[in-house]
Design a protein around this ligand. Structure first.
Ligand code: BGC
Length: 497
């Protein structure tokens, strides 16, 4: 058995840190049968919805870019400032700190000031944070910039999927929220490319500062974008909600659509208190949201993404050209496989994708676990010299894992989290689930290296595989199908079950 020769990839953990029953499946209201989604160019995709979609794409891309870029920037930062190991940790991990607070505040801001305004605010934070980092004269200022960007990432990770889920017609909701995940993967991939491109010159200021450009674009698009009619109705602003509804869905009778929303919101004259989230009637959706958020992380995605280089090196792909190629392969496959979810999430449904993706993830992790028992341990501080059969199996296992995650747990987690809560508690509940997602990302990235040291890589991958099995069983029994159902219809599920 061998243990991965894992040197902590600069900033890697920080990035990661940043980071029922099935009866409901057949329980769709007969008046609203789940329809196969029309093509995006079809009747449902209106120009205003496309503007909203652009907001979601920029939001996801910024989330992904700011996650991915620090790993390339850290070496240059260390040359400019004298950083103790503790300060290196702070420069990297305080982004997660910011993200957790940003996510917790995100629901409150999105409920109080609107989904679109929350996105606008995070756009401002992205631009300010990028500028503060790029111009930082001393470490303390750089750390402030990291905190600001972290808050922006946390806030947008609540506000953008929420906005997408509320604006989307029900037959396109899965696709639109998965579009957000698609953008996250593009952002991560773009960060890998920028890191490669700029790292030779050590231009860390440019790497961190360049996210101001998509930040500004996000601001421009969000200023023009429509506000969520559901939120406007919640704030008792029906005339404005009608205007927005007519923009987004010109073919639908706005009065009918607003009446439906109104029916669901009728008893809600003000925002729910935080304590309402914990009431027993919402326990089930809350547990589903938190469960998905946690399972998305503890099945190992960020450990794989950020330590892929080291994993590949241990498996014999140690040349720098091989490292670049494998990193690009992981990033590229992550983007490409998300398209599977985009195409099928509203056709096959959330459960099918989740359950089949988890099988792929679990099997590939188990294969990785076994392969690592056969990889000959390299001398400490070095990597294996050439890929063995076990090394090649490792490569295939990692790629299969990424494909399976990108087509299932990656996008579907965000889709389900944003559609299961009633309007009254949606913002805050999504906040709580998202904060759990960041917390789990932090725990996994911290625990991964210690676990590899203590138990070996074989057992570590085995543990991730076990979590896949547990989450498969839990999803099978606890997570209902929500495809094609209106948010109001899903809400009734909890009230009547
Ligand atoms: C997760 C991130 C992860 C990314 C990978 C997202 O859904 O929340 O933690 O890094 O997917 O594509």
């Amino acid at each position: 058995m061998t243990t991965l020769n894992l040197k902590k990839q600069p900033g890697a953990s920080a990035v990661a840190r940043l980071t029922a029953a099935p009866s409901i499946v057949g329980n769709e209201s007969p008046s609203q049968p789940p329809a196969a989604p029309p093509p995006l160019t079809g009747r449902s995709m209106t120009p205003w919805l496309a503007v909203a979609m652009a907001v979601i794409i920029f939001a996801g891309a910024l989330f992904g870019y700011d996650q991915g870029v620090i790993s390339g920037a850290l070496d240059g930062i260390k040359k400019s400032f004298v950083l103790s190991p503790l300060l290196v940790e702070v420069v990297t991990s305080w982004v997660t700190l910011g993200a957790m607070f940003g996510a917790l505040a995100g629901g409150e801001l999105a409920d109080r000031f609107g989904r679109r305004n929350a996105i606008l605010f995070s756009g401002v934070l992205f631009v300010v944070g990028a500028a503060v980092q790029a111009l930082a004269p001393v470490t303390a200022v750089l750390v402030c910039g990291r905190l600001i960007v972290g808050a922006a990432v946390g806030l947008i990770s609540v506000a953008a999927p929420l906005y997408g889920a509320e604006l989307a017609p029900r037959t396109l909701r899965g696709r639109i929220v998965s579009g957000y995940q698609f953008a996250i993967t593009i952002g991560i991939f773009a960060a890998y490319l920028v890191n490669d491109w700029l790292s030779a010159g050590g231009s860390w200021r440019l790497m961190l500062g360049s996210s101001a450009v998509p930040g500004l674009l996000l601001l421009l698009v969000a200023v023009a974008a429509p506000e969520s009619p559901r939120w406007l109705m919640k704030m008792l602003r029906r005339p404005e909600a009608k205007v927005q509804m007519q923009k987004i869905r010109p073919k639908v009778d706005p009065e009918d659509a607003l009446d439906m929303i109104d029916k669901a919101l009728r008893e809600e004259t003000e925002s729910a208190a935080w304590s309402e989230i914990l009431q027993s009637k919402w326990r089930r959706p809350l547990l589903i949201g938190i469960g998905l958020a946690v399972f998305q992380q503890i099945t190992g995605i960020n450990a794989i993404i950020y330590y892929a280089n080291q994993i590949f090196a241990s498996a014999g792909f140690a040349l720098s050209s091989q490292a670049t190629l494998t990193t690009w392969a992981i990033g590229g496959v992550n983007v490409a496989a998300t398209v599977i979810a985009l195409v099928f999430v509203d056709r096959w449904g959330r459960r099918k994708l989740l359950l089949s993706g988890l099988i792929g993830m679990g099997v590939s992790l188990a294969v990785l676990g076994v392969a690592f028992r056969f990889i000959v341990a390299a001398a400490p501080g070095t990597a294996a010299t050439a890929p063995s059969i076990a090394g090649i199996i490792t490569l295939c296992g990692l790629i299969t894992f990424i494909i399976s995650f990108a087509a299932s747990l990656g996008p579907v987690t965000w889709t389900v989290i944003t559609e299961i809560f009633p309007g009254r508690i949606r913002g805050r509940a999504v906040s709580v689930c998202t904060a759990f997602n960041w917390l789990s990302a932090y725990v996994v990235s911290q625990g991964f290296l210690s676990m590899v040291d203590a138990a070996g890589s074989s057992l570590t991958f085995g543990l991730f595989a076990l979590f896949c099995l547990i989450s498969w069983i839990w999803i099978f029994f606890r997570v209902p199908e929500t495809k094609g159902r209106s948010l109001e219809d899903i809400q009734q599920t909890w009230e009547t079950s």
